[in-house]
Design a binder for this molecule. Sequence first.
Ligand code: ACO
Length: 422
Amino acid sequence: MSKFKIEVDGKTLEYPILVGSENEKAVDIAKLRADTGFITIDHGFLNTGSCASAITFLDGELGILRYRGYPIEQLAEKSSFVEVAYLLNWGKLPTSAELSAFEKKVASFSTLPEYITKMIQLMPKTTHPMAIASAITVALSGHYPELNNPNPTPAQKDEIFALMLGQFKIITAAIHRTLRGEALVASNPTLSYCEDFMSMMGMKASKDVAKALDVLLILHADHEQNCSTSTVRVVGSSNASIFASISAGIDALWGPLHGGANQEVLEMLEEIQKAGGDAHKALERAKDKNDTFKLMGFGHRVYKNFDPRAKIIKKACDTVLAQLGVKDQLLDIAKGLEEKALADDYFKSRNLYPNVDFYSGIIYRALGIPTNMFTVMFALGRMPGWLAQWKELRETKETKIARPRQVYNGETVREYVDASKR
Ligand code: ACO
């Protein structure tokens, strides 16, 4: 099939078909409205591609996730977060010299501008860490006015990428320490990315545990056109700055149906624990259509078989707990819940499987990271993906401002009535 045919009012119209490198098919309906007067409606964008992208491939039916062609399983085992970030941004694995230079560049952003540290301190302690992360990210624009240009030079793009990875690591640690009333720990550019991060957080940073954290960040590094990444692209399409685009992505990630689910999973497991550890009630509530409760960490828009990241995380969870010598009843509750859900017809018939957020919280908890910081950890991992996707957007000549249409279903025209006559 070389053309997609649509019949409207007895007329057959043909639209071009695009085929991706993994044989994904799309119909290009750019001329549909001009030809027919029709627009398309697709709530939640279940069938709508917003762009062509060469960064991440995933197949939800087969449970495949690849960054720039490399399977996530191989990257989690053999690569490092900083190397994966390089891969996402530049599309190739770096040589040893390139990697070392990039690591040094990221590490060179080792302090925060003074006003940023003060802003974090000034935010009320009741502020959610994701709100601080978002506000601080957009506030960084003031320190780098020359980088607010939506069409940066190649050198500026490289600078933005390294600085955001370096600064967001310090921002995350600074939020954590400040909210706890603890003094900040300086970044040590001689340490690896995760060891430095753990040291700034005030966590024990053995090589093994830093590696486990590194794997978690790799698994979160990109996930094609999800809610937060699409937000970064939508905001970026208006020629807003990189800082505004990433800040908006952080806000989108915060939602409990997206990255905020990792916090919700842990709170759900704690509730089950408090109620005596019986997962049955949670399952029954999740199935009840009159109850808004959902089994957090279950289900995914794209994965309808299994989430390959969840498989890796489940294994990492056992390893980290063993290495740290932590016994966590929540892990047993999570495993029991997973087992029951996977055997239940409601979840089976809807292809609902654990997603990346189901087990990640248990690892963060074992590392001593408080629950309300979990989604910021996700943002730290997703940062290279957002940045690479923003760069791709800015470099694509077909990019237009994202501006969907609508079907208006409100009042038709009516005369204004003076207040005294209403
Ligand atoms: N618990 C109970 N029922 C669920 C769940 C769940 N976690 N997830 C989906 N369902 C049900 C829906 O109620 C719906 O049932 P119905 O067909 O009887 O109406 C059916 O499964 C299909 O679900 P949708 O909500 O239509 O699927 P969608 O693709 O729109 O949503 C989402 C995906 C948002 C992830 C959803 O599964 C969910 O809310 N999960 C819990 C939150 C979560 O874990 N989010 C993290 C996702 S991963 C990430 O963003 C990093």
